[in-house]
Unconditional design. Structure first.
Length: 164
């Protein structure tokens, strides 16, 4: 960037950090046969199972922030790899429940350890995982994630101040 430039926008920095994190996690979990997206699913399933939950694909999609169709695709791939099992929910035959297999749990524990080490490296400039700056950063990220985002629609009557 030139000296006259005001610097990168927050959106650009969020995008860069997200990409940096995704690439690092992809590289770390690749030897376990996982991608970052698959790791997000199995790690979430692991945590939800420890909390006593056997989530549906929809619930897992809501938890991870991924599209339900993408979660379904990832779940099928993880099932084919023997890492998760998909079963019909006895309370709702349209819903599919997900659970880690024994092999899936073992691989997920290894992956979580690897990603925790990466997270410690990422947060070191803020003082590490338990530092006050990291807690503040986490709170700010949570606030941003909780803020509703809806793109404006060009030529939409509701955005032009007109009433029907």
């Amino acid at each position: 960037m030139s000296k006259g430039s005001p610097g990168p926008t927050p959106g650009f920095l969020v995008w860069r950090l997200a990409n940096k994190w995704r690439v690092a996690v992809d590289r770390a979990v690749a030897p376990l046969g996982l991608t970052h997206a698959q790791y997000s699913l199995v790690a979430s399933l692991y945590g939800m199972h420890r909390a006593g939950e056997r989530p549906s694909q929809r619930r897992l999609a809501d938890h991870t922030g991924l599209e339900a169709l993408y979660v379904s695709k990832l779940a099928r791939a993880l099932e084919s790899a023997g890492l998760i099992e998909r079963t019909r929910d006895p309370r709702d035959p349209r819903a599919v429940q997900l659970a880690l297999t024994e092999q899936g749990s073992a691989i997920t524990r290894q992956a979580i350890t690897m990603v925790q080490e990466l997270l410690q490296q990422l947060l070191e400039p803020l003082g590490g995982l338990d530092a006050p700056r990291t807690r503040t950063f986490t709170n700010e990220l949570t606030a941003l994630l909780d803020a509703p985002l809806a793109p404006s629609v060009p030529n939409d009557e509701s955005t032009q101040g007109r009433t029907p």
